[in-house]
Design a protein around this ligand. Structure first.
Ligand SMILES: Nc1ncnc2c1ncn2[C@@H]1O[C@H](COP(=O)(O)OP(=O)(O)OP(=O)(O)O)[C@@H](O)[C@H]1O
Ligand SMILES: O=P(O)(O)OC[C@H]1O[C@H](OP(=O)(O)OP(=O)(O)O)[C@H](O)[C@@H]1O
Length: 223
């Protein structure tokens, strides 16, 4: 990565994007109009800065693009950062957006019977296999993970798993699917991430962007 090449900024499509865009603009990066064109199938976009372009990817892929240097900077949830645990990622700024938590949830009737509490083995449906295994290992419970990419809340009622590990905000999805949160694994918020090697080779531009986000988040908190 030389400073002559444009910086690639990876943004997650989906719910974090709406909260991240004002921060991006306050940091001096404004996507071109076609970024907001709902009918566009483009995935890469110019910005007001000739030396910065944006790629819009799935939330779970932002960390991978940045860790491998395909993007040098990005915004992603700490759930994704912790799930992949990439050595080449550095997460210098908690953006104080995208707040939720990663939790274990179980069917209400299982909690009432206490059946799951005595198990030394658990079949868990989740989008987060690594975080799930690490959590249950700490409890001395062997977790057999059933990997899903969404709608985990259906798994227990369909006999696919006895518990789930998933993100929780309001708790509404759990409640409407007969589940109850039984333990919290970690709090989640969106972070600014950078590729460690890129930060060394292009410290001027990347360092300035990190500082801009850091200062802006501090100002918002102080307001
Ligand atoms: N209630 C929530 N549920 C899920 N993700 C949340 C929630 N609140 C904040 N987030 C953050 O948003 C990210 C997920 O974004 P989103 O749900 O839009 O995409 P996704 O469903 O994970 O991705 P995709 O739709 O491509 O499968 C999570 O990684 C998390 O950091
Ligand atoms: O506690 P709540 O406010 O109900 O939010 C939690 C739900 O939000 C997420 O689903 P999302 O809508 O992001 O779709 P997904 O299943 O594709 O992740 C998550 O997977 C939970 O299902």
């Amino acid at each position: 990565m030389t400073s002559a090449q444009p910086l690639v900024f990876a943004l997650p499509k989906g719910r974090i994007l709406d909260e991240a865009l004002p921060l991006l603009e306050q940091a001096g990066v404004v996507p071109d109009a076609d970024f907001f064109n709902k009918s566009s199938r483009a995935l890469s976009f110019a910005t007001n800065r000739p030396d910065v372009k944006i790629i819009r990817v799935r939330a779970f892929d932002v960390a991978t693009f940045v860790a491998h240097g395909a993007a040098q900077i990005g915004v992603v949830g700490s759930d994704v950062i912790d799930e992949f645990d990439y050595a080449d990622l550095y997460a210098p700024v908690d953006l104080d957006i995208g707040h939720c938590r990663l939790s274990v949830a179980e069917p209400v009737e299982m909690v009432e019977s206490g059946a799951n509490a005595r198990e030394s083995h658990a079949r868990v449906a989740t989008k987060y296999p690594n975080l799930t295994r690490r959590h249950f290992e700490k409890l001395g419970v062997q977790a057999e993970v059933v990997k899903l990419n969404g709608a985990m809340e259906l798994a227990p009622s369909l006999g696919l798993a006895s518990r789930i590990v998933d993100l929780v905000s309001t708790g509404r999805t759990l409640k409407e699917n007969g589940l109850v949160e039984t333990s919290r694994i970690l709090p989640v918020s969106a972070r600014l991430i950078v590729n460690r090697a890129a930060l060394k080779t292009d410290s001027a531009r990347l360092g300035a962007l990190v500082d801009a986000f850091r200062e802006m988040v501090a100002k918002r908190k102080a307001a």
